[in-house]
Design a binder for this molecule. Structure first.
Ligand code: M6R
Length: 622
């Protein structure tokens, strides 16, 4: 969380920084601020800081009132997701050192800030904010005063900080330098012609360059028009980052005619899932996962699977458990990353830990992966973000290729995670010879057909919108499902909670009678995810009973069911049909109406779809 940008180059610094912040606002939008260094001809250079609580637009309004006749020489900008201190002007970044000579911005949490603050206060430093970041500003100012070298000063400061941090700093009397540092938090460098960018994410500079450098753990980078880029470790030793090219362009980071990024991303799902599958199934029907860096023998050696993730990615993991256990007969557990390492799970060399993370930066998931590696388990990352920390630290990686997802509420990330997880499950089944080849091949055919079916679901969303609008006045919405429909119910409820700020809850349909059914009163909307009446018809019959139970207590039932399911149609108040597909693959289709339901209901309630309150897309704190 928190988006950070730094720039040196010939373009309008303030424009580049604000443009970058706009593209990073998904990372946090509690406040925003910039620090710009000006270098007027024949005069001393100086630093100006502007910051404002609320969304970036508030800061832009402040900047619009200023004299723009002089261009800054370099600058940094920050968009905040509050951790220490309420969202306010004073807690907004950048923060200044006591002498006002350096300005700093920060993403992460400085865990020993209390001790450092006490130490600084004991020497007479007066704090102007409640943030953990301000200790870094004062320490940096103090070190900078020693030799006037911002890189050296940052190096010394980093050795004093504990926790997770990306820091960017500028100094009033050094108009050609921005210094960055990273530990457990993302930072990438953008390389232009005589211009350099630092940012939490390539989205910030994709309008200007697709060439980038990924920084490693505990590295410090200095960008300067005169001297280019230098990278060193926290130990001061010269180092280097890893160059890469970004394979998407600015159009992907725009709304492309949709009202919201989320609407755009829902519509991108057929293509995104097709991209996940592309080139990973060969003509002989074998799944080819060469890129994951795990041999067939590695897959054969596995005797237990853990899937570890948060939020929507955790729901993808829950679906995957059903698939992996059914297809491979290997026991599979799914864990919330934030709980995983604290309960001392039983892991060893033959355990495969699959970590799922769209951003590749989620701190809870990163810490779980490190724990798994400490216990000698093999870690496979499923991620959407090339070069991010989680794939980098994993033994193996399968990228989902969803393209940039800007809306805070995950949509295409979820569907592509499912597709990637299905590939892993089917690959395990193939290399272990558990399933007959023709069975795997039949499922693969269905998987390949999924993008077309998702497109069909998207074409017929108008009835969902109408039902969502009808539910707008309600104070709660319940979601029920069985088998893979249960995680879909959880995901539908999560989408509605985060977008509409409504009490929405997902339940295993059979569990309702053990307590939650008391939530139902006259008119309560209950969304039921109904499995196909073909195949596991027992499941279908059971959920029909559950539908009857809630209807008997006044619920209005919206059923998501397979096309032609006359039994469900005769019991539910409203029906949304999805194309027929095998039960285990059904979440690829049944989730989509729930995404649209959430977006429409939240829109009817006047909510901010892409940036719901209190949230950030990339959660880089524990
Ligand atoms: O980047 P990750 O997949 O690790 O993020 C995990 C969750 O924070 C994320 O899925 C979150 O729950 C979504 N924004 C929900 O829509």
């Amino acid at each position: 969380m928190c988006g950070i940008v730094g720039y040196v180059g010939a373009r309008s610094v303030v424009d580049v920084v604000i443009d970058g912040l706009r593209r990073l606002e998904y990372r946090g939008y509690d406040s925003a601020g910039v620090a710009l260094v000006f270098n007027p001809d024949g005069a001393d250079s100086y630093l100006e800081v502007d910051k404002k609580a609320g969304k970036l637009a508030n800061l832009e309004a402040v900047l619009a009132e200023q004299d723009r006749s002089l261009e800054a020489a370099c600058g940094i900008g920050h968009t905040r997701w509050a951790t220490h201190g309420v969202p306010s002007d004073r807690n907004a970044h950048p923060h200044l050192s006591a002498d006002g000579r350096v300005a700093i911005i920060h993403n992460g949490i400085i865990e020993n800030f209390g001790q450092l603050r006490a130490e600084l206060e004991a020497t007479g430093v007066e704090f102007l904010s409640d943030t953990d970041t301000e200790v870094a500003a004062h320490l940096l100012g103090r070190e900078y005063a020693v030799d006037g070298d911002l890189t050296e000063a940052m190096t010394r400061v980093c050795t004093r900080l504990e926790g997770a941090f990306t820091l960017l700093a500028v100094a009033a009397d050094d108009p050609d330098t921005v210094v960055g540092a990273r530990r457990n938090s993302p930072l990438v460098v953008g390389l232009g012609e005589g211009e350099y960018f630092l940012a939490s994410d390539v989205a910030a500079f994709i309008a200007y360059t697709t060439e980038a450098i990924e920084l490693g753990q505990d590295q410090i980078v200095t960008i300067s028009r005169a001297d280019g880029i230098t990278v060193r470790g926290f130990d001061g030793e010269p180092s280097e980052g890893k160059p890469f090219s970004v394979d998407w362009d600015i159009a992907a980071a725009e709304k492309g005619g949709y009202d919201t990024f989320m609407a755009k991303e829902i519509h991108e799902q057929p293509q995104a899932v097709a991209d996940t599958l592309r080139g990973r199934i060969d003509e002989a029907g074998q799944i080819v996962l060469d890129e994951v860096r795990m041999s067939d023998q590695d897959f054969r050696d596995i005797d237990k699977v853990f899937i570890v993730a948060c939020g929507t990615s955790y729901h993808a993991g829950l679906v995957t458990k059903y698939a992996i256990e059914h297809w491979t007969r290997i026991p599979c557990e799914v864990e919330l990353a934030s709980e995983f390492r604290y309960r001392d799970p039983v892991l060893d060399r033959s355990t495969l830990v699959v970590v799922i993370s769209q951003s590749g930066e989620t701190m809870d998931t990163l810490m779980a992966l490190r724990h798994a590696k400490d216990q000698k388990a093999r870690v496979l990352a499923i991620s959407n973000t090339v070069g991010s920390t989680i794939p980098r630290e994993s033994d193996a990686v399968l990228y989902t290729r969803a393209g940039i997802e800007v809306a805070v509420a995950s949509t295409k990330a979820f569907l592509t995670q499912l597709a990637a997880c299905y590939l892993v499950g089917l690959h395990l089944a193939q290399v272990r010879g558990i399933k007959y080849a023709d069975e795997v091949s039949a499922i693969l055919d269905e998987l390949v057909a999924a993008p077309g079916k998702i497109a069909k679901v998207i074409e017929h969303l108008e009835p969902v919108r109408e039902m969502a609008r009808n539910s707008a006045g309600k104070d709660r919405v319940l979601f029920i499902g069985r088998h893979v429909g249960y995680p879909v119910a959880l995901e539908g409820a999560l989408k509605l909670k985060e977008l509409a700020y409504l009490h929405a809850e997902g339940f295993a349909a059979g569990e309702l009678k053990h307590g939650p059914i008391s939530l139902i009163e006259e008119g309560t909307p209950v969304v039921a995810i109904v499995p196909s009446p073909r195949g596991r018809s027992l499941l279908h019959d059971k959920i029909i009973s559950n539908i009857q139970e809630v209807k008997a207590r006044g619920a209005k039932v919206i059923a998501i069911c397979e096309e032609g399911d006359a039994i469900t149609a005769s019991h539910a108040d409203f029906v949304i049909e999805t194309p027929a597909t095998p039960t285990l693959l059904a979440p690829l289709l049944t989730t989509v109406p729930l995404q649209e339901f959430a977006i429409e209901l939240a829109t009817a309630m006047g909510r901010d779809i892409d940036q719901p309150r209190n949230l950030a897309k990339s959660v880089t704190v524990e």
